[in-house]
Design a protein around this ligand. Structure first.
Ligand code: GDP
Length: 335
């Protein structure tokens, strides 16, 4: 058997093991899609292609909140609750600041201890990457692989800082925002953009002395969201409270996910949202690949080195510089 045939065979075996729900095969498959080697990329594309019919059956949930809001505590309680109800849950992280070896916030081994040991759960820390686009792309492919492996609830977690929430919202069906039990002035500190993305808001730590404050905060967020997010696609974002420590509000959060799903499916919004996401994904792949090819071109690299300082010093118009760089790319066999 030649090399190409044996590689195809290995990919087919990996796909088979993954379809059977083998978590080790799933982990290997995710490592393959995260690889930047050209041979691995070809194998990853074959794998994803063959598994595509098995994808799309999970509910995809995004989850964000500032560090310390209680994301991992919530995911642990929520995940165990879902497993108790017969689901299989995968948790993926999108954290563009992570370095695999350097202790990413979302990759910390001590998080979600019980869930991570459960055979019906699969937890994967964020892939390392220089660009958010690259990290998000690999997470999207990992999400498809988890679906093919039979995980029917996928949680994509990100820290509530920067642009990563938008990238995650573009991956998922429902975006869940966790907020601290604080109201009044703190309400003003929430980034509007993040509030606007939320389909469901949970005020965390609603227990003990914080229970009353959490209830008040939920009421304030509810009226704020009413203006920020009027009903759309049959859904008005809900605000609930929960306590991961006491297990309160966890089942209710899952019921709210069910209500959301029923509402958007009744309006054909779920399929439409996924179709838009798939289209946007294709174009972002094209943009990324084109930029990578452009930067790898030696003639272009020389011109970039020459023109970029001119542009930043205001001696050369940015648009004209871009057109010259693209012309050089076309001239050297680019598109
Ligand atoms: P993350 O950084 O968003 O993942 O937050 P963690 O889940 O690590 O929680 C941050 C801190 O909040 C920890 O000290 C937790 O014990 C605490 N915490 C999380 N959930 C709850 C809760 O339901 N009630 C209370 N009182 N504290 C909580």
């Amino acid at each position: 058997m030649n090399d190409a045939a044996s590689a195809t065979d290995a990919t087919a075996r990996l796909a088979e093991a993954l379809r059977a729900g083998d978590r080790r095969a799933l982990a290997r498959a995710i490592t393959l899609v995260e690889s930047t080697h050209a041979d691995d990329r070809a194998a990853a594309d074959r794998l994803l292609d063959s598994l595509l019919p098995e994808t799309g059956r999970a509910i995809r949930l995004g989850i964000t909140g500032v560090p310390g809001v209680g994301k991992s505590s919530f995911i642990e309680a929520f995940g165990l609750h879902l497993i108790g109800a017969g689901h299989r849950i995968a948790v993926l992280a999108v954290d563009p600041s992570s370095k695999r070896s350097g202790g990413s916030i979302l990759g910390d081994k001590t998080r979600m201890e019980e869930l991570s040991r459960h055979p019906a759960a699969f937890i994967r820390p964020s892939p390392a990457g220089r660009t958010l686009g690259g990290v998000a792309r690999r997470s999207r492919e990992a999400l498809l692989l988890c679906e093919a492996a039979g995980f029917d609830v996928i949680l994509v977690e990100t820290v509530g800082v920067g642009q990563s929430e938008t990238a995650v919202a573009d991956l998922v069906d429902l975006f869940l925002l966790l907020l601290l039990p604080a109201g009044g002035d703190e309400l003003q500190g929430i980034k509007r953009g993040v509030m606007e993305l939320a389909d469901l808001v949970l005020v965390t730590k609603a227990d003990g002395a914080l229970a009353r404050i959490a209830g008040q905060a939920a009421a304030e967020y509810r009226s704020a969201l009413h203006f920020l997010r009027p009903p759309a696609g049959g859904w008005q974002p809900e605000v609930l409270t929960c306590s991961a420590h006491e297990g309160q509000g966890i089942a209710e959060a899952w019921q709210a996910v069910g209500r959301f799903r029923a509402a958007v499916e009744a309006n054909d919004r779920l399929a439409a949202r996924r179709a838009d996401q798939a289209r946007a994904w294709m174009w972002s792949e094209i943009e990324e690949s084109l930029t990578a090819a452009l930067l790898a071109d030696p003639a272009v690299a020389r011109l970039v080195a020459e023109l970029e300082p001119e542009v930043t010093a205001n001696r050369f118009a940015p648009g004209a510089a871009a057109r010259r760089i693209l012309a050089a790319f076309r001239g050297s066999g680019g598109p």
